[in-house]
Design a protein around this ligand. Structure first.
Ligand code: MRU
Length: 345
């Protein structure tokens, strides 16, 4: 049985998030009671992972609208709420996609009384949350045929239940394989600097009793060269129309290593992560995060406070390194402009 992880819960007057900064040592929850608190939670990584960011932003929009007590200037106030949430993190396109869904919903109810509009927006955010879990289950079902029995799967960052409304994308495929009775084991990269692999991926896989071994990021080549990795599955934050995929920093180097060792490399992501307005990955905005994430490990300083640091949070893997992009609509294999367009047909 899968253990249910409640990454996000949406109530009319509160958005409850598991605090991912504190895992795995403490399982605590943050209750956001204003849309500004939701925006802060996204910025400060209480919640992270592309689909989870999207659902949380949608919940933030609903919360913001719930707190309006007059219809006066509704569209200006609605824009202000959406813009605040849109300015939290730039790379994961699910954020902008989810806010666009909320805008569509608001337009559908524009003639309705405020209370009805508020209820409709809360219901829409809750619908997006439930739909994300169903989508991830479909991604898992599509990915299943790509996972042989007795395989070792390397993954990077956390593309699991914690990075989504539940179940996960890359970890969704692994969950589907495990619960279908395949013998799979996972090598989890620790994923410096924020350690999503060490802190989150190992935590959630262990809860489901899926065998997992933690390695540091620089060990991947060693394990590949010794024939100890059968396939790599990662998530994505934004995929361009040609299949170039932005994901957690370090994904690009892993893909090159996998190619060198002839190891299949898959991206698992919902269609909402595909940004068809971008011709290639060169156009994907890459978030630069604070230097102290690199100068420190947790609360421990490991480098001189004044040392220059660069901290790009994501890199882009060109489509030709990917064997396939697994989505809820099937797998684009190999990824190309045509195979990706086909997913939307
Ligand atoms: O900075 P993060 O933790 O939000 O980055 C998350 C990732 O890069 C994930 O791999 C990606 O969002 C896919 S999550 C299903």
């Amino acid at each position: 049985m899968e253990s249910a992880i409640k990454t996000i819960e949406i109530f009319p007057d509160c958005v409850r998030l598991i605090d991912q900064r504190k895992l795995p040592l403490n399982e605590t929850y943050v209750d956001c009671r204003t849309y500004h608190e939701v925006a802060d939670a996204i910025k400060t990584m209480v919640v992270r992972g592309a689909p989870a960011i999207g659902v949380t932003a949608a919940a933030g929009v609903a919360l913001g609208v719930r707190q309006l007590n007059s219809e006066e200037d509704f569209s200006e106030q609605f824009d202000a709420i959406c813009n605040t949430l849109a300015q939290t993190r730039p790379t994961a396109v699910n954020l902008f996609w989810a806010i666009a869904c909320m805008r569509t919903c608001a337009r559908q109810y524009q003639a309705a009384p405020l209370a009805e509009r508020q209820d409709a927006l809360t219901a829409e955010a809750q619908r997006l949350l439930a739909e994300d879990i169903q989508i991830n289950r479909r991604i898992g079902a599509h990915g299943l045929s790509l996972v042989p029995d007795n395989s070792t799967i390397l993954t990077h960052c956390n593309a699991g239940a914690l990075a989504t409304a539940g179940y996960g994308t890359a970890l969704g495929v692994i969950r589907a394989a495990h619960f279908a009775g395949r013998h799979v084991q996972v090598l989890a990269d620790e994923t410096r600097p924020f350690l999503q692999g060490a802190r989150l991926t190992t935590w959630e896989l262990q809860r489901d009793h899926i065998p997992v071994t933690l390695i540091t990021d620089n060990m991947a080549g060693y394990f590949m060269s010794r024939g100890r990795v059968d396939l790599v599955i990662v998530g994505a934050d934004r995929i361009a129309a040609n299949g170039d995929a932005a994901n957690k920093i370090g994904t690009y180097s892993l893909a090159i290593l996998a190619k060198e060792h002839d190891i299949p490399f898959y991206v698992a992501a919902p269609l909402s992560t595909i940004d068809r307005s971008l011709a290639s990955g060169a156009e994907i905005p890459i978030e630069q995060r604070p230097g102290d994430e690199v100068r420190m490990v947790g609360s421990q300083r490991i480098a001189a406070p004044e040392v220059e640091v660069e901290n790009p949070a994501f890199d882009v893997t060109p489509a030709h390194y990917l064997r396939g992009i697994i989505t809820e609509a099937g797998t684009a294999m190999p990824p190309s402009r045509a195979s990706i367009a086909g997913l939307f047909a």
